[in-house]
Design a protein. Structure first.
Lengths: 112, 388
């Protein structure tokens, strides 16, 4: 359900000192960094917070792989598909335009 | 609970205004410069001058006319001064505007001045001055919040938009609809990838299907042109902010639609027939999208951004929201409402939305937005076909 993320990420506690990235919907393949991150990220998933070793620095707002993901895998955020991986990405890697492509509005092959 | 109100300018027919502009509406590109001289001589006037006005036909002509009528009939206008070239098209427009509003409408055209633009300017300034003085005696009064119809726009989104600002805009829309008001989101291409969520939101099955068809039409027109949407949307500033694909951007964008059913899918610049949440089938560039909202009758716009975006509507006060803590610190004189407490988990969405509704009521009642204070504001006409 699309609006499920409201009850998770957005109805937070008094203070956010406990986490610096958030998995928006259950089952999402990625978390979103809430600040510029290096080293270990503390990821909030529902009511739990767990640590994840980052493969590379992740900027505020950018996405972190929550598991080892295979090339071609459909990636989910907000509980919905947001694209497909063009190459494998390890847990803790940056997921962005270098390894994720839209599955919509692709250019027609050849001119008609 | 007592009915909630704002201090608005009541109109004899239709909803109240949040502002009481004298609109100088120049309806033909030939006199756009003359219109600037006229508006320049009238310090309380707002100028909308189309660069077009001839050589349009079919749906494009109808769409342009609908935008002119809608901007003229905005509840935020206390009076309208139409500047035209030929008398007939000016009269036709005035008639269409008068069908939607009872505020005074005056007309001057080049037909009336033997093609003398200086004479047109002189007459227009006198007429405009009288209108300006007359409408200055209009007074704000408490009017029901259900009069309010707001446009929900996002521009320069980043990941904080989808996580905080857009859900906040949605929660605000929910509150306004609960109060009997109306809200609209547009930018059809930014529903792409979120159709599954929107399809089930229609007040009736046909509305949901109409939304899906509207997205498919835009998607087809993009691929038919041989264009790869990826190079265009998300834009560079979206990508810098962490958004990778149109699906990801769309899923964040439609959070602006809140949780209520979609009452109807509106054609571009068309007024809603009922209160409630609406979608408008329109372009995604904010100046065009927002002009569609204002022409459909929105008296305010709630504009969410990540890193910032200075653009505002000319006729509808535009309230800027960001949840990006760095941006808010950087552009203090642009962001009207700080939503970073949601992004950082310091406050709940509902608590912040209640606070935002109260601030929206203040802006509706006359408090100036940063955009108004610094003189931002434009209206931008959309074309949907080539000229003859």
């Amino acid at each position: 359900m699309f609006h499920a993320h409201r009850s998770l990420a957005l109805t937070g506690s008094k203070h956010n000192a406990g986490w610096d990235a958030v998995q928006i919907s259950p089952g999402d393949d990625v978390a979103v960094a809430l600040r510029d991150l290096t080293g270990t990220a503390r990821i909030r998933r529902g009511e739990e917070v767990f640590e994840l070793q980052l493969r590379e620095p992740i900027s505020l707002g950018h996405k972190i792989a929550l598991a080892d993901l295979a090339a071609g895998a459909e990636i989910h955020k907000y509980g919905a598909p947001i694209g497909r991986l063009t190459q494998a990405a390890a847990k803790g890697a940056h997921i962005h335009v270098h390894n994720l492509v839209s599955q919509r509005a692709q250019k027609r092959s050849g001119k008609g | 609970m007592a009915e909630r109100t704002f201090l608005g300018f009541p109109r004899r027919s239709g909803p109240a205004g949040t502002r009481n502009h004298l609109l100088v509406l120049a309806i033909n590109g030939l006199i756009a410069a003359t219109a600037e001289r006229v508006a320049g001589a009238l310090p309380f006037a707002k100028l909308v001058a189309t660069p077009y006005g001839r050589g349009q036909f079919g749906p494009d002509k109808e769409c342009h006319f609908r935008q002119l009528v809608g901007l003229g009939a905005s509840p935020n206008n206390g009076g309208v001064l139409i500047l035209g070239v030929d008398r007939k098209s000016a009269d036709d427009l005035a008639t269409a505007i008068a069908a939607r509003t009872t505020v005074p409408v005056e007309i001057v055209t080049l037909d009336d001045t033997h093609e003398d633009a200086l004479e047109l300017a002189a007459r227009a300034i006198r007429l405009g001055a009288s209108l300006s003085r007359k409408i200055s005696s209009d007074r704000r009064m408490p009017v029901p919040l259900s009069d309010l119809y707001i446009g929900l726009e996002c521009g320069h989104s980043d990941a904080s938009s989808g996580l905080a600002s857009n859900p906040l805009a949605g929660a605000l829309a929910d509150r306004l609809v609960d109060a009997g008001g109306a809200a609209v989101i547009g930018e059809t291409i930014e529903w792409l990838g979120a159709e599954h969520a929107l399809r089930t939101r229609g007040a009736d099955p046909e509305t949901g299907e109409a939304v899906v068809r509207a997205v498919a039409r835009r998607e087809a027109s993009v691929s038919a042109a041989g264009v790869d949407l990826l190079g265009n949307n998300p834009g560079q500033e979206n990508i810098r902010g962490g958004l990778s694909t149109i699906e990801e951007k769309s899923l964040g964008a439609i959070a602006k639609a809140g949780t209520h059913p979609i009452t109807a899918l509106l054609p571009f610049a068309e007024p809603p027939k009922r209160p409630g949440l609406h979608l408008m089938d329109g372009p995604s560039f904010s100046p065009e999208s927002m002009t569609g909202f204002v022409a459909s009758g929105t008296q305010m716009i709630l504009f969410t951004t990540g890193p910032g975006n200075s653009y505002c509507s000319l006729l509808a006060p535009t309230v800027k929201i960001s949840a990006n803590p760095g941006a808010i610190a950087q552009i203090r004189n642009q962001v009207d409402f700080d939503a970073s407490a949601i992004f950082e988990g310091r406050e709940t969405l509902d608590a912040v939305a209640d606070r935002l509704l109260q601030e929206m009521i203040d802006y509706a009642s006359g408090t100036l937005t940063w955009g108004e204070v610094v003189g931002e504001g434009g209206e931008c006409f959309t074309r949907i076909g080539a000229s003859l």
